[in-house]
Design a protein around this ligand. Structure first.
Ligand SMILES: Cc1cc2nc3c(=O)[nH]c(=O)nc-3n(C[C@H](O)[C@H](O)[C@H](O)COP(=O)(O)OP(=O)(O)OC[C@H]3O[C@@H](n4cnc5c(N)ncnc54)[C@H](O)[C@@H]3O)c2cc1C
Ligand code: FES
Length: 276
């Protein structure tokens, strides 16, 4: 457990580990009757045949995933799914020297890690802003520090780093004259919306990674439907990364709460089953 509500696990899935790239995700089921849960590939080790998943307990299924003990198995793991980040197409020579700004909110730290690592290893300049409610919820500190040039922490309660939201730290960096070729924001939908507003006039291209509700993850159910630049897109097969200035965040935020009553009921039953 990285915090009381966030667990990290290495999962032995050699075929997925052999081809996963930054930006991609898997879909797991913790039990045969369980729902299908998308989780970002936070790291992959091709020689060991493992991928690292970091899961935050927010409801019934994530609670079941974090309750798995070392040596236990998922019912199934599907992946790698989604399109890798665009920069994996760039030749290493073009990545070298490019300046990236990553903004990670809460659990968004986990998906930012493989991207920052990939770019840092190829000579890009990487700055990372990580935000959390309080210092105790900042995860993967040493790992993140090892894959960037500057790491800026922000906490809502001021217990570590900048006192305030990630958008405040981002504005500070721009005011100080930092220049970036590309920004990437990953975290709660509401955070990505406000990062897009904060960067709108900066001229810096922005990519966001959308955590829409997903079911099949293969483009057939329509559950992950979102509007980008006035067009309907499916986050599972066309994303999860999109142009941050073109996403209709208000619609995406509404769709995320569609199943709230069922989610609350499912979590209640799950807690009873687990004796919590
Ligand atoms: C591409 C992608 C990558 C993700 N990566 C991670 C990750 O690395 N670590 C992590 O902890 N979480 C990740 N998530 C979010 C994670 O899938 C949800 O937190 C999880 O599905 C919640 O299920 P639950 O039953 O525990 O909670 P619930 O009580 O069912 O839901 C809580 C909230 O989670 C969201 N959610 C519910 N069901 C789904 C679903 N099937 N798909 C997506 N979101 C859902 C909704 O916003 C909901 O309000 C990712 C989501 C996507 C789409
Ligand atoms: S999750 Fe079903 S279409 Fe994307």
């Amino acid at each position: 457990m990285l915090t009381p509500s966030v667990c990290l696990m290495d999962v032995e899935v050699p075929r997925i580990a052999s081809s996963a790239l930054p930006g991609q995700f898997v879909i797991v089921r913790a039990r045969p009757e369980g729902e299908r849960i998308p989780l970002t590939v936070c790291n992959y080790d091709r020689s060991r045949g493992t991928v690292t998943l970091v899961t935050q307990i927010v409801g019934a299924s994530s609670r079941m995933i974090c309750a798995l003990e070392e040596g236990e198995c998922f019912t199934d793991v599907v992946g790698p799914l989604g399109r890798p980040s665009d920069f994996v197409e760039l030749p290493d020579g073009e990545i070298r020297g490019r300046r990236y700004l990553f903004v990670a909110g809460g659990l968004g730290t986990a998906p930012v890690y493989p991207q920052a690592k990939y770019l840092h290893e190829r000579g890009a300049h990487v700055d990372i802003v990580v935000g959390a409610k309080t210092a105790g919820l900042l995860i993967l500190r040493e790992e993140m520090a090892a894959v960037c040039d500057h790491l800026y922490f922000c906490t809502d309660d001021g217990s570590e780093g900048y006192h305030g939201l990630v958008t405040g730290q981002v504005k500070l960096l721009l005011d100080e004259g930092h220049v970036y070729d590309q920004a990437v924001a990953i975290g709660p939908m509401i955070m990505m919306k406000f990062v897009a507003l904060a960067l709108k006039d900066s001229g810096i291209p922005l990519v966001v990674s959308l955590n829409t509700i997903m079911i099949d993850g293969t483009g057939m159910c329509g559950g992950c439907r979102i509007t980008v630049g006035g067009r309907v897109r499916f986050a599972c097969v066309e994303g999860p990364e999109f142009d941050g200035y073109a996403v209709d965040f208000d619609e995406a935020l509404r769709r995320q709460t569609l199943y709230r009553p069922q989610e609350i009921e499912a979590d209640h039953k799950c807690k009873l089953r687990m004796g919590l």
